[in-house]
Design a protein around this ligand. Sequence first.
Ligand SMILES: [Fe+2]
Length: 269
Amino acid sequence: MSQDTSVEETFNNSHVLDPAATQDSQESITQQINDIAATTSGETQPRLNYPPYKSSVFRHPTKNMHHTDPETIELWSPAFGHRDVHTLESDLTIQGNGEPIGERIKVRGRVLDGDGRPVRGQLVEIWQANAAGRYVHKRDQHPAPLDPNFAGVGRTITGDDGSYEFTTIKPAPYPWKNHHNAWRPAHIHFSLFGTDFTQRMITQMYFPGDPLFALDPIYQGITDQKARDRLVGTYDHSVTSHEWNTGYTFDIVLTGSNRTWMEDEEGDH
Ligand SMILES: [Fe+2]
């Protein structure tokens, strides 16, 4: 499944960092963010080369793109896996022997194309840290507890109206090695395949009002505020359930000028 690969990529990024670079202060990174923001506007997708986000510099393509045979690509692209997607896979709180710790949430939304039409039968995968900000992955060894009842991965298929819904635990912020005292805002990773494998989209959903937004070079790597806003889920009391969960909505637009920011497939944190 693709989330396994992507979680691997999440932590593999750390090895390409110059150790000295990780000693940059938050003040230095924030200054770089602000300097770039002062000279740009209206960029709705992240720059491939965005120096405050250290590993972006090492990871973006340095050679010209080549056209290739799409059928060949599809032979090497992600597939649905060997078994059908079960409805229970959209509930990340029932995968262990007991209840995971943390704030139980539902995240509900629709997957739309650029004309607002629902994208039906779409595979939507998510992966995330637990309520303490820890991933279940050997490369995440920072001193926060794992939760034996929370693996942090789920998937579902969109309905006829393009809708999806996950039940999960609200993730916490976590530290990463971009610079000294670097912390990511709380987020859930999303992967969608679009209408064919070559359209795969990977993005992140954030939570409203996170104080780390201004400090985060991945969130700030998109300079257009409206595009950033589209990455933030909306608290929705109609998705909240009595004595059970709080609720958020997060729609994803695959194409067009209002499309959700899409990161390249090598990246994420
Ligand atoms: Fe992450």
